[in-house]
Structure formats: C-alpha cells, structure tokens
Design a protein around this ligand. Structure first.
Ligand code: GYE
Length: 354
C-alpha cells in the first residue's frame, strides 16, 4: 500500500515536471491546464477507478473513455486499477483508494452483490462513490452517490422481440436457442438472461443450453464447441456480448456449420463494438443490440455536478439502439415504446467510435 502511495506521489511529481516542461517558452505552466473552472492553481481532482478487467472489446473502449476523460490535461489524477475480473481485487483497490484519500471512487463492479462492507468504509471516509456500467445491489442506497449505465433487461427484450419478428417474417417455425451467458451475477448477464428466459416462456422457444462464456472470446468458443458436440438441433445462439459471439462463430464454423441468414445457425449479440457490427453487416451476427461503453464524459458530468455542490441523478440510463444484418424487421416495440432497427452499412461502421 505504502509502495502505491509513493508511486502515486512520484507520478504526480513526474507529471508536474512534465507539465512545466511542456509549458515551453517560459510560459506559466498552469495555463496549460484546461480545468474549466478557471484559476491556474486549481488542484487536480484525484479519482480512483476500479475497472472490472480487460475481458472484451467493450471493456477496452470503456477503459479508454475513462482514461481520456480523467486525464491530466482535463485536471485529473486518475488511479486506474484493473481487477482482472475478480471482486476481491476490486475490494482491495477500493481500500487502497481510501488509504490514498482520493477525492472520488469510481467502481465498475464485476457482480452486483458483495459490496456493502467496502462501500461503507468509503462512506465513513467521506469519499463519494460513483458506480458505472453494471449495478450494485446494496442494503442501503446511500452507500453510493450515483450510477450511470445501461438498461440490460431492455437490451435483452429488444433482442428477443427482434428474433420473434424475424422468425415470423422468415417463416421460421421452431426456435432452438442456446444462451451463452455473461459473467454470472453481473448486471449485464442478469438482465440479458432474464429477458431471454421470459421470451422463451412467452413464445414457446426451446432453450437447448444455457451456460456462461464469461464475456470472453476464448470461453465463448469453448462453451459453443462443447454444446455442439452434444449434437442437439440448434438454429439460434444468443451471445451476451460480441466477444463471446466471435468465439461462438469460430466454433460453429469449425464444426462444419454455416452461420448467417442462409446458413444453419443465426448468431445474436450485444455491444455493437466495431468488429461486432462489421460481422453484423456481413451476416455472421444477425442482430446486435447496442451497449454503449463511452461512460467517461457521463461520469465526469456527475463529478462536476458534485464539485459545484449539486445533486446528480441517483440513476441514469444511457439511450441505446438495435442493429441488424437486414431490414426484415423495421422496429421493435417494448412496453409501448418503439425502437427503430438500424440495418448495418459501411457508413454505420465508419461512424462507430468504439
Ligand atoms: O456487454 C461486455 C463486458 O458490463 C456492459 O461487460 C458490460 C458488459 C459488456 O465485458 O462486453
């Protein structure tokens, strides 16, 4: 812990030196800072961010968004911790942030439960905690200040409504579906799985297998390989993120089957990262529901509000779309709200920021 504090102090000094060095031409170095609250000697805001890991393209985009927002130039000192998908590492990271007396703690929690104790420690230390992406389930809401992320159940509902409409449009009578789930206990898994389970019941689909792929390509491939070996009839695979879909597609091809609208198996996915929507344009992924990872500026807005003495919304959902290979389904309707389905073209891919 001491080591880490020293390392932070050192990097602060180094950064300060760098800043002065960059000032050039004898200028006042502090004028290089773009801290928009003016005042050249405004102190940097120290932010500790406990990130889940680096399991997917979505996660990489999310980390980049946070790093570019909470930069020196923007007036922040970011202490970034990658927990390698382990909650115990996240708990240790949060305790380190408390020791280091950071101004804010940002947590992207791996799973929903198990946070009460450590968040109470942060609260006792008077450090606001902002939850991003997945949710926490705590006994006392005051253990965190605000949350921003996606409505994962809604994402799943959109995907299932799309499948129902697509099957109708194409005359597909029977749905034999496999669910490659995300990390068990993560909000993104809970919401997407729940929506599928509901749709299976409501539409009389046959759920052939349901197993976690831990949101990674390697595990997605491994799980799909073992499911295919059993030889059951499968015509749809519902992957709970793009990386699992990449792995599942490889496994399906290796088993001598064809993916896509004219093939044996339709692959569905979530996230819409660049490679994901590219595969959607090609048809290897038939439908891809958006999950936006660019949370940096959203979290910064919360911090700015708190710095100005305001109260941010306790929970804020990000607006997201749905993308497909074809225009067979123009829109899906959930609880009376229409969501237009975007057919993926090269232009859509070129515009993608992640
Ligand atoms: O879908 C997946 C990532 O929590 C929304 O985590 C996030 C999910 C995302 O690993 O790719």
């Amino acid at each position: 812990m001491r080591k880490k504090i020293l390392a932070t102090a050192l990097s602060l000094t180094m950064a300060a030196t760098l800043l002065v060095g960059c000032g050039g031409g004898g200028q006042d170095a502090s004028s290089d800072k773009s801290s928009d609250k003016g005042g050249g000697d405004k102190k940097e805001i120290v932010v500790g961010f406990s990130q889940v890991g680096a399991e997917s393209d979505w996660r990489t985009a999310n980390s980049e968004s946070m790093k570019s927002t909470f930069s020196k130039e923007n007036g922040y000192e970011l202490i970034f911790d990658d927990a390698q998908q382990k909650q115990e590492n996240q708990i240790t990271a949060i305790r380190n942030f408390i020791q280091q007396e950071v101004d804010y703690i940002i947590l992207a929690p791996v799973t929903e439960t198990g946070w009460d104790t450590v968040l109470k420690e942060a609260k006792d230390a008077d450090i606001p905690v902002i939850i991003v992406d997945r949710m926490v389930e705590v006994s006392d809401d005051s253990l965190y200040t605000a949350w921003v992320g996606s409505n994962f159940k809604l994402e799943g509902q959109k995907a299932c409504e799309w499948l129902k409409a697509y099957a109708e449009a194409k005359g597909i009578k029977e749905i034999n579906i496999v669910d490659i789930q995300g990390t068990i206990g993560a909000s993104a898994q809970i919401g997407r799985t729940e929506a599928l389970n509901d749709a299976v019941k409501a539409n009389g689909w046959n759920l052939v297998a349901q197993q976690t792929g831990e949101f990674t390509q390697a595990k997605g491939q491994e799980v799909m390989e073992s499911i295919l070996k059993k030889g059951d009839d499968i015509n749809v695979v519902y992957c709970e993120n793009d990386n699992e879909a990449f792995g599942a597609i490889d496994a399906i091809k290796a088993a001598g089957k064809k993916v896509g609208p004219d093939g044996d198996i339709l692959v569905m996915s979530f996230d819409t990262v660049k490679d994901g929507i590219t595969k959607t344009m090609e048809g290897e992924i038939i439908c891809n529901t958006e999950c936006n990872p660019l949370h940096g500026s959203r979290v910064e807005e919360i911090i700015k509000k708190l710095e100005d003495g305001g109260t941010p919304d306790k929970q804020a959902y990000v607006e997201e779309g749905i993308y497909a290979h074809s225009d067979d389904v123009a829109k899906v309707t959930i609880d009376g709200t229409d969501y237009e389905v975007t057919k993926v073209t090269q232009e859509v891919i070129d515009k993608r920021a992640y």
